[in-house]
Design a protein around this ligand. Structure first.
Ligand SMILES: [Zn+2]
Length: 343
């Protein structure tokens, strides 16, 4: 599939397309998000010494020092590695598979866990399949990744409680956190211009689906709702990512995890060189169709503005080159086909 985004309609600084009224380009073909960013004072870099202070406050007082959310990707694998080797903590690795994680991603986690000698909880579930199917069949504009990432975070809080870990470590990069607060990997700040419409559609789907079927009544609608829910728990857990504090970019830590824990890129993923799950192809396809961009365009644009990656690299990685055959293969697991996406 060719990208629906034409080069001439993309911001010349980042990779956001013009999608009025929320995202527009000025005469220099620079988007309003880049202009806003340039006008804001730069974020003060967070200090690793502060991160260590927080870790030390909890170190050794619980069954595990932290729970690390592992996807098999470079960022979370590096996070697990750093927690064990750089900060000498006792982490519990946690992975979930809703039926669409790749063997390669799962093996990346298993290899890292074995090499590092850490405990590991692997949670496999069919729970999300019906929701994915309903999103596709109902032609909802909901972003499949949104409810999934909220659900994964909810599960992480439950697991942190169950296994007594005071800190949840996510592999979120600087591009996945605007104010460097806790946010979902994909849902991010639902009030930001670039996410507002997507978040509205996800919320609408959850409301309608709950009304129709009575299911997902207890399903948090947003990350904020989820955080409020977690605060009512007896067991308190804070969520942090080492990547917010470390001066390294992916090019440094990919080298480290390849050498130290045998981490490997997956052959086929979107964006390229990630280990996102297979359902993500469908999610990205729909996001392009309904919104003209994906949350990866937003995240990579932030990384470009922060100087972490180049625009050329982002444009290359964001090319949609996946086939109908691949989409059909993924969709067959929820009794759908590409026709359901197109009709
Ligand atoms: Zn821009």
């Amino acid at each position: 599939m060719d990208s629906a985004i034409q080069e001439q309609s993309i911001c010349q600084k980042c990779v956001m397309p013009e999608v009025k009224p929320r995202i527009w380009l000025n005469e220099e073909r620079i988007c309003n998000l880049c202009v806003d960013h340039a006008n804001k004072p730069p974020l003060q870099p967070l200090l690793e010494s502060d991160f260590i202070k927080t870790l030390d406050k909890h170190r050794g007082k619980h069954r595990y020092d932290c729970l690390v959310m592992c996807s098999g990707g470079k960022d979370s694998t590096a996070a697990l590695y750093f927690m064990k080797k750089r900060y000498n903590l006792n982490p519990l690795a946690f992975m979930f598979d809703h039926g669409f994680e790749t063997e390669e991603a799962i093996n990346n986690v298993k290899r890292a866990v074995a090499k590092l000698g850490v405990d590991f909880v692997f949670y496999k579930t069919e729970h999300m399949k019906e929701m994915f199917k309903n999103i596709v069949k109902s032609k909802s504009k909901a972003i499949i990744c949104h409810p999934c990432s909220i659900w994964y975070m909810d599960l992480a809080f439950d697991m942190a409680e169950k296994h007594d870990a005071p800190i949840i470590i996510a592999g979120w990069t600087k591009g996945q956190s605007e104010k460097q607060e806790v946010m979902s990997k994909c849902g991010c700040n639902v009030h930001a211009a670039e996410y507002a419409d997507m978040a509205k559609e996800t919320n609408r789907f959850l409301e309608e689906h709950t009304e129709k079927t009575g299911k997902y009544r207890d399903f948090p609608r947003t990350m904020e709702e989820l955080l409020a829910k977690s605060k009512k728990k007896k067991h308190k857990a804070i969520v942090l990512s080492p990547h917010w504090f470390l001066p390294y970019g992916p090019e440094e830590y990919v080298k480290i995890i390849k050498e130290e824990v045998g981490w490997e890129y997956t052959k086929n993923s979107y964006p390229s060189k990630t280990t996102n799950c297979n359902m993500n192809f469908v999610s990205a396809y729909n996001a392009m169709k309904f919104f003209g961009y994906t949350h990866y365009h937003v995240e990579m644009s932030k990384l470009i503005r922060e100087g972490v990656i180049t625009r050329e690299q982002a444009l290359e990685d964001l090319k949609m080159q996946f086939s109908d055959e691949l989409l059909n293969d993924v969709l067959s697991k929820i009794d759908c086909t590409v026709d359901d996406l197109r009709k």
